[in-house]
Design a protein around this ligand. Structure first.
Ligand code: ADP
Length: 316
């Protein structure tokens, strides 16, 4: 539904988007994840026909973003990071105004407004002035506006930024629900966000796509290097030596406090050293008071690949 090939965007000497390629299939909810300045908004502005690219190709629902912008705009609903709304207008009035800009007649507008206010849970707020609404509600008005012309694809730029935790949860729920009938690409710099909402993730930093796949798949690649945390009572150096000699253990970090030794153990891929560790503690008589696997998050993955990229850039 969205196809991007070798897309590059320069702002003068700055390479904001560096030869990226990706596809978003029909019905997918894809998270475009990266830190500030990664190139997310630039890519989104190109896809929504607000910016030309320096080179490359992009299409939406088969329409070329550069040569068929009118058709592309018909296919997409775009929610910019801060939706431009008129605070003095009532929700319905604003949507009427926006509907007119789409060239809809009165009956079409009324029907469309009914549809989008239902879909975006705005029903009881439809006659309220926009200025009186919370930031979360205003984001929903922006979303309703983006959906007025019934697009197949929704492109959302940081749709939960600045919302409070309750509003964030509601907004996520809404995006998931809209994902049942739309293809969605949304950007975020918050990993928890993407993990909770999308079926696929594209990780972008410094204008490049560094990783892609299902959030669980990305998490698995972090888990390959995940750690075991253990706490034993006994002589720290003996414990360190004993644990280091267990099969599959790659690296052991040791910290001692009040007679307890806290271990941070990295094992080789596929090695589960929990049982040997327990056997070691019982055979040596070193009481074990904690043993847990540190669950890797997408956050860890993000930090790891960004660090790898920086290191590679440093070497190059
Ligand atoms: P993100 O949305 O991931 O935060 P952006 O796409 O906004 O990233 O920005 C990518 C890079 O391009 C940043 O270094 C930013 O400063 C730069 N940039 C963005 N817009 C412009 C512009 N209009 N002119 C010059 N540089 C820009």
């Amino acid at each position: 539904m969205i196809s991007v090939k070798n897309l590059t965007k320069r702002y003068g000497a700055l390479l904001a988007v560096d030869d990226i390629s990706f596809d978003v299939g029909e019905g997918q909810i894809v998270g475009f994840l990266g830190p500030n300045g990664a190139g997310k908004s630039t890519t989104i502005r190109i896809l929504t026909c607000y910016h030309p690219a320096t080179s490359g190709q992009a299409s939406i629902a088969g329409y070329d973003v550069f040569t068929q912008s009118v058709d592309v705009r018909r296919q997409i609903g775009y929610l910019p990071e801060s939706a431009p709304l008129y605070p003095e207008m009532r929700v319905r009035e604003y949507l009427q105004f926006r509907g007119k800009l789409h060239g809809m007649d009165r009956a079409q507008r009324d029907k469309a407004i009914q549809r989008v206010t239902d879909r975006c849970w705005l029903g009881e707020f439809v006659d309220r002035p926009i200025g009186q609404l919370s930031k979360g509600m205003r984001q929903r008005v922006g979303l309703a506006d983006a959906m007025l012309h019934n697009p197949k694809v929704l492109i959302l730029d940081e749709p939960t930024i600045g919302l409070d935790p309750t509003q964030i949860q509601e907004q996520r729920k809404l995006i998931r629900e809209l994902g049942q009938s739309h293809t969605i690409l949304f950007s975020s710099h918050t990993l928890g966000e993407v993990e909770k909402v999308c079926s696929h993730v594209l990780v972008i930093a410094s204008g490049r796509i560094l990783a892609r796949g299902a959030p669980e798949k990305l998490r698995d690649s972090v888990s390959a290097g995940s750690r075991l945390i253990a706490e034993m009572r006994g002589p720290a150096e003996d414990i360190r030596r004993g644990v280091s000699s267990l099969g599959g253990v790659r690296k052991v970090g040791v910290e001692s406090q009040d007679g307890w030794t806290r271990l941070s153990i990295e094992a080789n891929e596929g090695s589960d050293v929990r049982e040997p560790l327990f056997q070691l503690s019982s055979s040596k008589g070193w009481p074990l008071r904690e043993l847990r696997r540190e669950v890797a998050s997408l956050e860890d993955f993000f930090v790891k690949i960004t660090a790898e990229q920086r290191a590679a850039a440093g070497k190059g």
